[in-house]
Design a protein around this ligand. Structure first.
Ligand code: PLP
Length: 364
């Protein structure tokens, strides 16, 4: 056996780009009011919860799941109005779907392109699978810089382009004309990531009829089922058939399948919660705008981006934590997000508490 120190063995074997990464950091939240991760704050009514548990009682935990999770797909098709012409592919969260897309196209010289700042997993997963990542800066109000996007598409010919619609962490929608121009200019596959579809009226599914190089990705995480880990991709069978070959067997476990089928049958409950969150988002934006020290961006999602006075974002984040509230500090993650914080829209009472503490911290 070699006497080489363990650290050297690891260094010799693990790819340098992986060693250079820091693992996706999820801060501990025990005892804190969680307004950091775009979770739905609401529980199900007790009778519904009992019905759900009865359903789980019937699940055969000793058996492998139904491999295609057909009942889940049927429920999603119905709730989201997916036409029969399109296929649905399920992932263990949409993160897994991003990984499947990247695995399907990775090869030396292949790249992923996305505007920046946007969802960090596009870059991370690109790195995991050995693809080059190209980030194109957004404009001053986080709008797509169409000229820069088209130039980058032309230069790099990316295999995958990700557009989060609305975008995380900025909360805005991209202009449809610009989205179309990018799809039309791309030879690669464009992924419209509609993780926040429940919080906006914009719906990209009709675009699938017009473009062969487009797929639409969604998730149940932000609508109130983050714990289930269920994401979906909607698109033409030609694309999804290839991706399905890469999907690990049984990637959607029995508990998720049973719970998702149940939740989709009672989707009106989640919809009502979502409607409430949309209303409270508007209220929250309005109240945040009354704090003169903050710049507040409008949002089409269940979070609000704010800019604090220069150099204060981290203090405010820490001060809120001391007062029992966890939010997301974005300062330091991207130059365009200097002094920025992201606030998830919680219940009305939670938002009121956040606003009160925030105002108190900024006053002191
Ligand atoms: C939260 C989020 C996702 C990931 O969703 P999961 O299904 O929970 O993996 C994907 N895209 C964007 C833009 C998000 O904000």
């Amino acid at each position: 056996m070699s006497t080489r120190p363990l650290s050297q063995r690891v260094e010799a074997l693990v790819r340098p780009e992986i060693r250079a990464l820091s693992a996706y950091h999820v801060p501990p939240a025990a005892g804190l009011l969680k307004l950091d991760a775009m979770e739905n704050p609401y529980q199900w009514p007790d009778p519904l919860k009992r019905q759900w548990l009865d359903t789980l009682n019937e699940v055969s935990i000793n058996r492998y799941p139904e491999p295609g999770a057909e009942a889940v797909k049927a429920g999603l098709r119905q709730v989201m109005g997916v036409a029969d012409d399109y296929e649905v592919l399920l992932g263990n969260g949409s993160d897994e779907i991003i990984q499947l897309l990247a695995l399907a196209v990775t090869a030396p010289g292949r790249s992923i392109l996305a505007p920046e700042p946007s969802f960090v997993m596009y870059r991370m997963i690109g790195t995991f699978v050995g693809m080059e990542y190209i980030g194109v800066p957004l404009g001053d109000n986080f709008e797509l810089d169409l000229e820069a996007m088209l130039a980058a598409v032309k230069t790099h010919q990316p295999a995958l382009i990700f557009l989060a619609q609305p975008n995380n962490p900025t909360g805005n929608l991209f202009e449809e004309a610009k989205v179309r121009a990018i799809i039309e200019a791309a030879d690669g596959l464009v992924v419209l990531d509609e993780a926040y579809t429940a919080f906006t009226d914009t719906d990209s599914l009709p675009l699938l009829d017009e473009y062969d190089n487009l797929v639409v990705m969604r998730t149940l995480s932000k609508v109130g089922l983050a714990g289930l880990r269920l994401g979906l991709l909607i698109g033409k069978p030609e694309w999804l058939g290839e991706l399905d070959k890469l999907r690990l067997p049984y990637n959607i476990n029995v508990l998720t399948q049973a719970s998702a089928v149940f939740a989709l049958q009672h989707f009106d409950v989640l919809k009502a919660q979502t409607r409430q969150l949309r209303q409270d988002r508007e209220l929250m934006v309005e109240m945040l705008r009354q704090i003169p020290a903050l710049a507040v961006w409008p949002s089409e999602a269940n979070f609000v981006l704010v800019r604090t006075p220069a150099g204060r974002a981290r203090d405010i984040f820490e001060a809120l934590k001391l007062r029992g509230i966890l939010i997301k500090v974005l300062d330091g993650s991207h130059p365009a997000l200097a002094d920025c914080l992201r606030l998830t829209v919680g219940s009305s009472a939670e938002n009121a508490r956040l606003l009160e503490e925030l105002a108190a911290i900024l006053d002191s």
